[in-house]
Design a protein around this ligand. Structure first.
Ligand SMILES: [Cu+2]
Length: 324
């Protein structure tokens, strides 16, 4: 009983809108995994109820049988049935269904959208090789189309996990893993690094934005013609600051001379929902704080603090937020 109540509490706590709730499956792979989980849960719950029932009956009945009435079932029958036949049958069912489910996962499909993800030191690089552009920490996919994400790491082992879309896929240096899935419903799904990788492991999140094909195509088109040219005096000044300071050595903004790759590609930074791999929401206040002192927001990252005059910081923030 305590276990059931505790499990209920945990499930209820998982029900927040953006928290990764793996039973609220929104992808082909997650549906299969969740289905298998419910089958295991149902069988285990059944066994629990039967065994618990026997314990209750035995406890209520007390010691010994009433005089002269022998039990209708012998102990041997109990052992054969409850100890061997039933467990074997249950394990066989689970084995067959598990092997079947596993073989369906990650099965190649025709004409997938290919994406390459690289686990970095606490953020995710996201490349669309056919479309030839790079972004970070946000993976956009069209709903309904098969997606194939190649997963690599250039440092330690991370694990790429979007509970509502599928199972964990480890990012292992030197080994190319592939995750195949299809988003079945539009939405913004939270992903996390699921393998401890250093002090900012818990702040190594990402978002998968599944959207209708037309919206996805617009998103791609925007990357093919990046709006990196300043459109006002303020953003022009901001771009000058960006190119003059150290930023350009670590960050790329397509269409400018900034071509660094130590940090996330900022070509579409203004459209991102969060800063620092979903550490704080992307708004001008947080961005100014991030530029001035990133270490106070996400200690240990590879980005140094930058001291700027207030006017310059303001212009730089306006420029970065205009990159959308
Ligand atoms: Cu990680």
């Amino acid at each position: 009983m305590v276990a059931v109540v505790a499990a209920g509490g945990v499930l209820a706590a998982c029900g927040n809108r953006r928290s990764p709730y793996m039973f609220d499956a929104r992808g082909s792979e997650a549906h299969r995994v969740a289905g298998l989980w419910w089958l295991m849960f149902a069988l285990a719950a059944g066994v629990y109820a039967v065994v618990g029932g026997f314990i209750l009956v035995a406890a209520l009945r007390g010691r010994g049988t009433p005089e002269g009435r022998a039990s209708r079932i012998t102990e041997n029958a109990f052992i054969w049935l409850g100890g061997l036949l039933v467990p074997t049958a249950i394990l066989m069912v689970l084995a067959v269904v598990t092997v079947q489910t596993t073989s369906h996962l990650r099965r190649p499909e025709r004409d997938p959208l290919r994406i390459e993800v690289v686990g970095k030191r606490w953020w995710w690089q996201v490349r669309y090789p056919a479309q030839r552009f790079t972004t970070a920490n946000e993976v956009h996919v069209p709903v309904g189309r098969p997606v194939e994400i190649g997963i690599d790491s250039d440092n330690v082992i991370h694990s790429f996990w979007v509970p509502q879309l599928g199972g964990k896929v480890d990012t292992i240096p030197g080994q190319h893993n592939v995750w195949r899935f299809r988003a079945t419903r539009a939405g913004t799904y939270l992903g996390e690094c699921a393998e401890y990788c250093g002090v900012q492991h818990a702040n190594m999140r990402f978002l998968v934005v599944a959207e209708p094909a037309a919206a996805f195509d617009r998103w791609v088109a925007r990357h093919l013609t990046p709006h990196s040219a300043p459109t006002s005096d303020l953003t022009e000044k901001g771009q000058l600051v960006f190119l003059r300071e150290t930023c350009a050595g670590c960050h790329t903004v397509a269409g400018t001379t900034a071509q660094g790759d130590e940090g996330p590609d900022l070509t579409d930074f203004g459209s991102r929902l969060a800063i620092g791999a979903d550490t704080v929401p992307n708004d001008p206040g947080n961005l100014a704080g991030w530029i001035a002192d990133p270490q106070s927001i996400k200690p240990g990252i590879l980005m140094p603090p930058t001291a700027l005059a207030p006017g310059e910081l303001h212009a730089l923030v306006a420029y970065l937020e205009s990159l959308r």
